[in-house]
Design a protein around this ligand. Structure first.
Ligand code: SF4
Ligand code: SF4
Length: 386
């Protein structure tokens, strides 16, 4: 992970979009006030002495408006300077304006947005105007020098068009970040779009091959993360690390949760920023105890797994969504994680055994080597050099 401490700020759960598989928006959600933002800063000032990343998430965080960011960004930067704060935002970009882009650019806030593939496919999953509105915001953001990267959500419907989707991202010259449609604790039919663990595993292996085949001109962030996990034997993104006690989310009213995915669920409130709770107090709450119970459960349930050091049972939210919030199983995508971790491990071991680690640059490969399957270590070398 970029920084050891991660605070997600959810200014509202409202969102102007109507994406069919999204369970994290709430039309009646209030918006965070400057007073609550000030309380966040008071809470964090003495809490920890570690580098922190703040991610503005939602709902749709741009709904908070320019005044909110004009106040909050300098407030955090100056009062929490000892934590070397960095920022990020996850937004559909529909509400991006020159004014907002200018404010965010002054703090170099990288933006994550969502496009699921070509326009027709994206609109099928996310709604009729989605693609055009997001691209309009993208043009404004990039004109102001903001870095925008797109998450591509694969559903049980779109996975059949994976070749088309990957070609689209390559043609655009975009880095791809993959997101599988996940089960949810919210909504009436939360599994409607969910990618099965088997489909997800096959998709990851396909994407590994695509990333290797086009390593010079195309990047898939998740594949890099997975290779890094296996090579360094430690988790480098929250799904493959223990997030409890190092990640928190603050909802619009100042309530503190273990992660943005729980925001709006009263049983997952750990405390409120207005009380400035310590980490120990937060983890002693029933929600905190349940997260810690998950960590203990993984130590037992995944004990025999070769990948436990850098998988850690996957995402606790996914696991809890699959068991009606009871700590009874691990992330249901375990099958997919095992599939891709096994694949990377066996390729890596074979390449090392064959003495082809840190494979030679393409230009120097023999004709025979050029025809062979590209090596995982080529990618690892590139990631390490980055
Ligand atoms: S609950 Fe899941 S998504 Fe949230 S921080 Fe933990 S691993 Fe990441
Ligand atoms: S791959 Fe499955 S068994 Fe292994 S650590 Fe991850 S969740 Fe546990």
């Amino acid at each position: 992970m970029k920084n050891p401490f991660h605070v997600m700020i959810i200014p509202t759960l409202g969102c102007p979009g109507q994406c069919k598989y999204c369970w994290s928006s709430d039309v009646n959600s209030p918006k965070m006030t400057a007073e609550t933002a000030e309380a966040i800063v008071r809470w964090l000032e003495p809490l920890r002495d570690q580098r922190v990343t703040f991610t503005f998430h939602g709902g749709e965080p741009l709904l908070a408006g320019p005044e909110f960011y004009r106040t909050v960004l300098p407030l955090i930067t100056s009062r929490l300077a000892h934590l070397s704060p960095e920022f990020a935002m996850q937004t559909n970009l529909w509400l991006m304006t020159d004014e907002l882009a200018e404010i965010l650019a002054a703090y170099q806030v990288p933006l994550g947005s969502s496009i699921d593939g070509p326009e027709t496919l994206t609109n099928y999953q996310r709604g009729d105007e989605y693609f055009a509105r997001t691209m309009a915001g993208y043009r404004i953001a990039t004109a102001h020098g903001l870095l925008v990267r797109f998450i591509c959500t694969f559903t049980n419907s779109s996975v059949a068009q994976k070749e088309e989707i990957v070609s689209f991202f390559r043609e655009q010259g975009w880095v791809m970040k993959l997101h599988p449609a996940l089960p949810s604790l919210k909504g009436d039919n939360p599994n409607a779009w969910t990618l099965s663990p088997e489909e997800y595993g096959e998709l990851l292996v396909y994407l590994l091959d695509e990333a290797l085949l086009h390593a010079d001109e195309f990047e898939i962030m998740n594949i890099n993360d997975l290779c890094r996990c296996v090579f360094t034997r430690s988790g480098s993104v929250c799904t493959y690390a223990d997030c409890m006690g190092t990640t928190f989310a603050v909802g619009p009213d100042g309530a503190i949760y273990p992660c943005y995915r729980f925001v709006g669920m009263p049983e997952w409130v750990m405390g409120t920023v207005y009380d400035a709770p310590s980490i120990d107090e937060l983890m002693a709450s029933p929600a905190g105890q349940r997260m810690l119970a998950y960590k203990d459960h993984v130590d037992t349930a995944c004990r025999a797994c070769a990948h436990i050091a850098y998988c850690r049972g996957g995402c606790p939210y996914n696991a809890l969504a699959g068991t009606s919030e009871q700590v009874e199983g691990v992330d249901p995508h375990c099958t997919a994680y095992k599939r891709i971790f096994d694949e990377i491990t066996s390729r890596m071991e074979a390449e090392m055994a064959a003495g082809t680690a840190a494979a030679a640059p393409a230009a120097r490969m023999s004709r025979v080597r050029r025809k062979a399957k590209p090596g995982v270590m080529t990618l690892v070398k590139k990631i390490v050099e980055q």
